[in-house]
Design a binder for this molecule. Structure first.
Ligand code: MG
Length: 387
């Protein structure tokens, strides 16, 4: 089998509370008529939305003529080709992610097996999800508690809230110190959610790297009795040694990883003992095979994996295949409860999410396809659809 073409389309529409709902899809074509589709991140607000697509198309000539069954060889070929162009960073690593996922889709379809079989089989049928609740309806502790209870009613076994951006007593827009007023407010929000849901439901808290070192340590210590599932990115991702100081100073579980890419950056996290849980985004970190490598590396350090996820059903199912295939899976994020068209964008076994889980597809390949009609109606910023 040979690859004959590679195309990309940017699809989606910004929705509030979604964590990002514009995605880049890669389609790889073969001489045997089988096509594979992979999803990857389009980049954050700092990107035009087309940077990842441009990176994919720049790799097209390196892919044509390759046998798609050589997934890992192709990944290394592309990664090494881009090494001096920032291969481990966006947008190239996003492009590699989408391409790798499309290749897994092709091979699964050609062999008639779901992707998790290509990874050595599965440990579980259902992937546990946590509901990302973002914020309360307002900034009151009661509204945070109410929102948590709505997710629990839908069947989620864990919830996550953001506690940065509260603006309560901020010293200024650039300083990351939590003064007494803001610190007290943030701790009150976390306490309110814990009080609402009790200890039967797990609770994660995200800081988006918006606090400084002394504030991160003070906050982590203050919430120790609340037994968090994790405290996420209390510091920005770029200084691993500083995060290790936070971890060493508290018994609160420290989590990071949505802004780390490839096994090499996770290797550094483990070597520096900087976190207790990792949360790579499997639509950003390198793809299905690299996601498995990262998870296995974590497992060798007795560290669980709880992937960040703001994907469409297609990208989310790709993540589910990886999380089915590793023992140390903890939770997978679900951030699309506020996207009205989320399920409509894709075809597959529906509902994709029910009772707080996503069931791993048994269909060949990833097992979820774009719905052409809906996808065309959601083309981003004048982009064109696959041929
Ligand atoms: Mg986060």
């Amino acid at each position: 089998m040979k690859i004959t073409d590679v195309q990309a389309s940017v699809i989606g529409r910004p929705e509030p509370d979604s964590g990002g709902s514009v995605w880049t899809f890669v389609r790889v074509y073969t001489d045997e008529g089988i096509t594979g589709t992979g999803e990857c991140n389009s980049g954050g607000p700092g990107f035009s939305g087309f940077a990842t697509k441009q990176a994919i198309l720049a790799l097209r000539e390196l892919l044509i003529g390759e046998d798609p069954f050589n997934i890992n060889r192709i990944y290394e070929k592309l990664r090494r080709a881009g090494r001096y162009g920032g291969a481990s960073n966006a947008p190239l690593i996003f492009a590699l992610t989408g391409i790798d996922n499309a290749l897994h889709d092709i091979v699964g379809k050609a062999l008639g097996v779901p992707v998790y079989q290509l990874l050595g089989g599965k440990f579980r049928d259902d992937i546990r999800l946590y509901a990302d609740c973002h914020f309360g309806e307002d900034e009151s502790p009661a509204s945070f508690g109410d929102k948590a209870l709505r997710a629990v009613d839908e069947g989620f076994g864990a919830v996550k809230f953001d506690v940065d951006f509260t603006g309560h007593g901020k010293l200024d827009a650039w300083n990351w110190t939590l003064g007494a007023q803001e610190m007290t407010h943030v701790i009150g929000l976390i306490e309110a959610v814990r009080e609402a849901i009790g200890f039967e439901v797990d609770l994660a808290i995200d800081c988006h790297g918006h606090f400084d070192l002394p504030s991160a340590i003070t906050l982590a210590r203050a919430v120790e009795p609340l037994r968090l599932l994790w405290l996420e990115e209390p510091l920005p991702a770029e200084n691993v040694a500083a995060l290790a100081q936070v971890r060493a100073a508290t018994s609160t579980i420290i989590c990071t990883g949505e802004n780390q890419y490839t096994r090499f950056e996770f290797l550094e996290l483990f070597a520096r003992q900087a976190c207790d849980v990792i949360m790579p985004d499997l639509a950003k970190a390198g793809g299905i095979a690299e996601g498995k490598r990262i998870a296995d590396l974590a497992d060798a350090h007795y560290i669980p994996i709880a992937p960040h996820n703001v994907s469409s059903p297609l990208g989310m199912m790709a993540a589910c295949h990886v999380m089915a295939a590793v023992p140390n899976f903890l939770f997978l994020e679900f951030h699309a409860r506020s996207i009205p068209w989320w399920s409509d964008l894709c075809d597959g076994e529906k509902p994709f999410v029910r009772d707080g889980v996503m069931t791993v597809s048994q269909a060949p390949g990833i097992g979820v396809e774009l719905n052409d009609e809906v996808a065309r109606s959601l083309l981003w910023n004048g982009d064109s659809y696959f041929d």
